[in-house]
Design a binder for this molecule. Sequence first.
Ligand SMILES: Cc1cc2nc3c(=O)[nH]c(=O)nc-3n(C[C@H](O)[C@H](O)[C@H](O)COP(=O)(O)OP(=O)(O)OC[C@H]3O[C@@H](n4cnc5c(N)ncnc54)[C@H](O)[C@@H]3O)c2cc1C
Length: 452
Amino acid sequence: MGTFPDNKSSDRIAVIGGGWAGCAAAVKLSQAGKRVSLFEAGRTLGGRARRVEIDGRTLDNGQHILLGAYRATLDIMKTVGIDAGQAMLRLPLQMRYPAGTDGMDFIAPRLPAPWHMLTALIRATGLARDDKMALARFTTTARWMGWQLHEDCSVAELLERFDQTERLTRLMWTPLCIAALNTPPQRASAQVFLNVLRDSLGARRAASDMLIPRTDLTALFPQQAAAFIERHGGSVGCGQAVSSIAASAATSGRWDIGLRQSDETALFDGVVIATAPETAADLLEGIDGAFDTTPLRAFTYEPITTCYLQYPVQLRLKQPLYALTDNPDTTAWGQFVFDRGQLSHAETDAGLLAVVVSAAGDAIAQGHAALADGIAAQLARQLQNPLLKTPLWSKTISEKRATFSCTPALSRPDNTNMPPGLALAGDYVAGDYPATLEAAVQSGIKAASLYL
Ligand SMILES: Cc1cc2nc3c(=O)[nH]c(=O)nc-3n(C[C@H](O)[C@H](O)[C@H](O)COP(=O)(O)OP(=O)(O)OC[C@H]3O[C@@H](n4cnc5c(N)ncnc54)[C@H](O)[C@@H]3O)c2cc1C
């Protein structure tokens, strides 16, 4: 582990990157009395989970969903004054396809664990007895193994080993794996998948709840985080891209931070680098004797696309969230549809649907217009409402590097061997979780703790 400055409350710490990892680190450091300067290159805080303004309306760069198991995220939201009950809709764990499709209807009732899962299983429709037995076998065996594999393998291999049926794999495990790891089961890490299941399906009922934002993603945490940092004497600068980190020539053990648009540098006692890993590598490579940056450049990435479709304001789905059966052969690209009108506090969201296409490489290749048309047709078919075929307006947002590919036995860098007084944070840093808000927040808190 790198060495860190003596813990003085007067320490000045720079946090580079105002995504959820950087915001979490900056909040923790501010709370502990450090003087924090948060630098964010973009105009809006939040990084890959942020508000965007398009055609005069406020959307997100991608529809997000959180889990009751995201303990660090929920805690830090509370710290900055967010009421999670107001800011998010809490739904019981569910996988509910529209009636009339060849899907299933699985919903966990509000009973204590493990009764919520057992009852959900018994009541589930669209699953045969064999499928239900397979699901029970999966959870029992995984629990018996302590949710731990001797050697990591792909999720597809794990499902085969656990003798899961084709139908359960298609309707439950594949969408869950793609939603949680944004990596198809054939390439996804079984161990990381088990980690997520352990903390959700395998834990108390509330941990398995699905939490859907009712506000935009910047308002959900980063904006309040910035206000918290400023209340505690720190500063938050958007549009401030850090271009260099250099050991101070004047004061040993301190760091000079340079900004892209300025010749001046500022001196800090410590730095948290909470950017994407390649940017962290670029910044670290300018430092003599910095640690090996190869692992920071070794990630591969998966895209996520969100297609927003606006319908007349009266449109309201029967549920705020549906799973969809996807089939690229019939241009049915969408995996989940969210009724933003039911979810959002903003009146302007009435009639707005958000459809998520995870691990969306093939879908993006169609081009945005064809993708939106295909998804509108899929909604009309599966929700049995022909009006859905012709939205009044649509916008497709593709994030090509939404998450790292969460492959088996992936080596993720940590803060061991970092130069003294420098720490990494970000969803890619070593941890139990795939690239999620929780991984980002956990990494930020861990990086901050190195200075406390
Ligand atoms: C479309 C989409 C859907 C997703 N869905 C979910 C979901 O449903 N649930 C979930 O939990 N997770 C989801 N994720 C993943 C989640 O958004 C990320 O894991 C998380 O936001 C990563 O946060 P981070 O702080 O580690 O990185 P980032 O958000 O990438 O933050 C890095 C920040 O550093 C800034 N920066 C870069 N270079 C510099 C520089 N030189 N100087 C200053 N600042 C710099 C960037 O502008 C950025 O703001 C999704 C992601 C996407 C894209």
